[in-house]
Design a protein around this ligand. Structure first.
Ligand code: NAG
Ligand code: NAG
Ligand code: NAG
Length: 323
């Protein structure tokens, strides 16, 4: 072994420069450099590839500081068992690589330690519920089977909506069935996420089932992006950067996990009382909070955790991730 200085958690090298301070923090398996600057009176940072671009969010710990490989393996314990349908596809590395795109915008880096862990549990709660094959007889409980799928197994149609033929024309031979971590359906949804990620998903929707990093990126884009102008993203609704309007309050939409379901699935899940479709998503989130050591009691009361009584933001129509 080459002689390297032992960088215990207390041994932080601090370098003060004229405009910027940089220091190295030893983490479990690597050391990283944090660059700190002040821009227009605001403290901004850069933490290398995982949180790049001088953002205030990059001053906080990043996801890999509190969510590591063994935890990913815990949450998705059954995904590589022989009966699973996407064996070998999903892994920790693709999750973190994808997250690097959105951490500078606040994904998993907002609000301090507990909020950060809760957001990762919440996002993955949606992912786990939407990719689970843990129904019926399943060892380990139904919540142990997230990331069992990466695509819809027996699509009943090609999900080509001709109404969007000018903006998002269906490509001959392409099928727009559900694929990904929060599954994408329909030509127009592949078109929109493809524009955002600069990938030709309209002509190549299959990229999503071939590349786990891209599949996670698409799901994170959905989490970080409002469905309509004037509405919050799931991220904003969850971390509380969204302030409900009077109408929202009347519609019982409050910041929290419940409203993320309202944004992602609308009335296919919300406003119908304690229905199974909703409870399945909630129970994955709770299970992950427990496994991550946060504890399900931190999820808040029923009206924050669920959308059972909420009025949907966008009443019935096809929503980007309805299944
Ligand atoms: C960073 O974390 C602190 C608490 O550790 C929190 O108060 C602050 O809001 C976080 N910064 C951002 C930009 O979310
Ligand atoms: C998978 O997608 C990511 C993110 O778009 C990209 O950087 C990477 O090159 C892709 N991998 C392959 C094997 O195409
Ligand atoms: C609030 O709700 C009313 C009644 O549904 C609607 O007419 C109005 O446009 C809404 N206001 C906003 C700001 O969404």
């Amino acid at each position: 072994m080459p002689a390297i200085p032992n960088m215990g958690t207390l041994a932080i090298t601090l370098l003060v420069m004229t405009a910027a301070a940089a220091f190295w923090v030893a983490t479990a398996d690597s050391s990283k450099q944090i660059i700190v600057k002040t821009v227009k009176g605001e403290k901004v940072c850069d933490q290398g590839w995982e949180c790049k671009g001088l953002s205030k969010y990059c001053c906080n710990q990043t996801i890999s500081d509190f969510f590591q490989t063994y935890q990913f393996e815990d949450l998705f314990a059954k995904r590589n068992t022989p009966v699973a349908h996407a064996v070998g596809f999903w892994d920790y590395k693709s999750f973190i690589t994808a997250a690097a795109l959105y951490q500078p915008h606040g994904f998993g880096t907002t609000g301090g330690s507990e909020t950060q862990m809760k957001e990762v549990a919440a996002f993955l709660g949606h992912v786990g519920a939407k990719t689970s094959c843990g129904y019926g007889v399943a060892t380990g409980g139904p919540e142990a089977w997230g990331l069992c799928y990466n695509k819809e197994m027996s699509p009943s149609q090609d999900y080509c909506d001709e109404y969007f033929k000018y903006d998002y024309p269906c490509s001959p031979g392409a099928d727009y069935y559900g694929r990904g971590a929060i599954p994408i359906y329909w030509n127009y949804n592949y078109g929109k996420v493809g524009e955002a990620l600069k990938q030709d998903l309209l002509n190549h929707p299959e990229y999503i089932e071939q590349n786990a990093t891209l599949a996670f990126q698409a799901a994170m884009w959905r989490w970080m992006t409002p469905d309509k102008k004037g509405q919050p993203s799931a991220h904003d609704a969850f971390v509380g950067t969204w302030k409900p309007s009077k109408n929202d309050t009347l519609a019982k939409r409050v910041p929290g996990f419940g409203t993320t379901m309202n944004i992602l699935y609308g009335d296919s899940v919300c406003g119908q009382g304690d229905v199974d479709q909703m409870n399945t998503i909630v129970s994955h989130y709770q299970h992950y909070l427990d496994l991550m050591g946060v504890g399900r009691e931190k999820a808040g009361p029923h009206e924050v955790l669920t959308c059972a009584e909420q009025v949907p933001f966008n009443p019935s129509s096809k929503s980007a991730s309805s299944s």
